[in-house]
Design a protein around this ligand. Structure first.
Ligand SMILES: [Zn+2]
Length: 385
C-alpha cells in the first residue's frame, strides 16, 4: 500500500517551493492534479498569483450515523536551501537506507503527502463515517497568508476538529505561542548638527523609550503559561538618522514579542501605551508611535479535549508508547485557523522527526511516513459521537 504514497512524496520533494516565492504554485498544481485525477473535489484558491491554497473534500457515506467534518492541514512552502551546504540533492527525493531526503522531507511535505495519500485511499470507499476536508496552505513559513485567507473565506467554519501534521516527532502539540511584531518610532525635527537646539533629536527620544523598556519599572506582563512559559520581548532591529551631520528627524526599532493565551496584541499595545504616558509626563513634547507589523495569535486547545484524547490514544496505539502533550514554541497555521466561526480543537501532530526540519540534508525515515499515514487513516475512520 505504501508504494504510491512514497512516489507521491518523492515527486513533491522534486518540485522546489522555497519561501519566499519560488514554486509553491508548481507543488499546488501537482497536488491539485493528483487529487482531481482520483476524483476528489478540489478547489484551487488563489491568494495571489504565486500563492495558491487547495481545499479538497470527501463527503461521509450515506449510512454515516454521526458524521463530523475532520480537517487535515499542511503547508506547501519550505524554508530556503543553500545548495552548496548539502551533501544530497535537496530536490532529488533520494531514498537511502530507508530515509527520504529533500527540503521539506520533515517540514512538511511528508505531512502534506500523508494526508493527500489518505484522501486518495479513502475516496475509493463509500462508507466513510466522517466528512474529510483537506486545507493545504501557502506561505506558512513567512506570513501565514494562506491560512489567514482560507479562514477569512470561511473554509474552516465547518470543521469539528483539525489535525496539522507538522513534524512533532510523535509528540502531540496542543498550544502554541503567538507573535506580535511592532515598530516603535519617534519623530523629531532635522537641523544642522552644529545647531542642535534648532531641531529635535529623534534618536534621543527613541533612546528614552528603550531605556524605559529595559528598566525595572517595565514588565510586559507577569502572566505565565504552564507549558509555554512567559511572554518574551526582544528588540531585533533599529534604524534612524539621515547623515553624520544632521540632527535625526526619525528613528525606530522593531520589537518581537512572543505571546501566550490571554496576552496578545491588545495587551501589548496597552503596556506600550503606559510607557508612552510615563515619558510624556516627564516631557510633554515627547511622542512615540507604535505600528503593528505582525500579528499571529497564540492558540490553545484544552489538554483534556476529547479529540486530543483520541489523537493521543491513536498515536499510542501506533507507537505502543504513551503520547506526550507539548506546547509548540514556534507558530503553525493553527493560529490562523483558530479565529474561525466555530471553536474546534486543533492537534499538531505527526511521527515525522522535527530535528532535521529547516536543516542541511533534511530527511526522515520512511517508517515515520507510514506511521503518519496510519494516524490520518485512523482519525478519518474513527466514529466520533
Ligand atoms: Zn512547518
Amino acid at each position: 500500500m505504501l508504494t504510491e504514497p512514497i512516489t507521491y512524496l518523492q515527486r513533491c520533494l522534486q518540485i522546489p517551493s522555497t519561501n519566499p516565492l519560488d514554486g509553491e504554485e508548481n507543488v499546488a498544481t501537482y497536488i491539485y492534479e493528483l487529487l482531481t485525477s482520483h476524483g476528489i473535489k478540489t478547489d484551487w484558491i488563489e491568494v495571489s498569483p504565486k500563492r495558491i491554497c487547495l481545499v479538497a473534500t470527501i463527503e461521509a457515506g450515506a449510512a454515516a450515523v454521526h458524521p463530523k467534518t475532520i480537517g487535515f492541514s499542511g503547508h506547501l512552502d519550505t524554508v530556503p536551501v543553500k545548495i552548496s551546504e548539502w551533501t544530497k540533492d535537496p530536490f532529488g527525493g533520494a531514498i537511502e537506507d530507508g530515509r527520504i531526503y529533500g527540503r521539506g522531507a520533515s517540514d512538511m511535505k511528508s505531512g502534506v503527502m500523508a494526508m493527500v495519500s489518505t484522501m486518495i485511499e479513502l475516496n475509493q470507499r463509500d462508507d466513510l463515517p466522517n466528512r474529510l476536508k483537506l486545507l493545504i496552505t501557502s506561505d506558512e513559513e513567512n506570513g501565514m497568508t494562506g491560512a489567514r485567507h482560507l479562514t477569512a473565506r470561511g473554509d474552516a467554519d465547518d470543521l469539528d476538529a483539525l489535525l496539522i501534521t507538522e513534524p512533532t516527532s510523535g509528540f502531540l502539540g496542543y498550544s502554541q505561542k503567538g507573535v506580535v511584531g511592532v515598530e516603535i518610532s519617534c519623530v523629531g525635527k532635522s537641523a544642522h548638527s552644529s545647531s542642535p537646539q534648532l531641531g529635535k533629536n529623534a534618536i534621543d527620544d527613541l533612546y528614552r523609550v528603550i531605556r524605559e523598556i529595559k528598566s525595572d519599572r517595565f514588565t510586559m506582563t507577569d502572566q505565565r503559561h504552564p507549558d509555554l512559559g512567559p511572554v518574551v520581548a526582544s528588540i531585533t532591529s533599529i534604524t534612524g538618522g539621515e547623515g553624520p551631520n544632521v540632527i535625526p528627524s526619525r528613528a525606530a526599532f522593531y520589537m518581537d514579542i512572543r505571546t501566550i493565551p490571554g496576552f496578545g496584541r491588545e495587551q501589548v499595545l496597552q503596556a506600550l501605551e503606559e510607557v508612552n504616558q510615563r515619558l510624556r509626563q516627564q516631557d510633554d513634547t515627547f511622542s512615540m508611535k507604535v505600528t503593528v507589523i505582525k500579528d499571529i495569535p497564540s492558540c490553545e486547545t484544552e489538554r483534556d479535549d476529547p479529540f486530543l484524547q483520541i489523537v493521543a490514544d491513536t498515536m499510542e496505539f501506533i507507537r505502543q508508547q504513551p503520547t506526550k502533550r507539548v506546547a509548540i514554541p514556534g507558530g503553525t497555521d493553527g493560529a490562523m485557523f483558530s479565529p474561525a466561526a466555530r471553536n474546534f480543537p486543533i492537534a499538531v501532530a505527526s511521527f515525522h522527526d522535527f530535528r532535521l526540519a529547516h536543516q542541511i540534508d533534511e530527511s526522515i525515515p520512511l517508517s515515520e511516513y507510514a506511521e503518519t499515514i496510519e494516524l490520518c487513516m485512523r482519525l478519518a475512520l474513527h466514529s466520533y459521537s
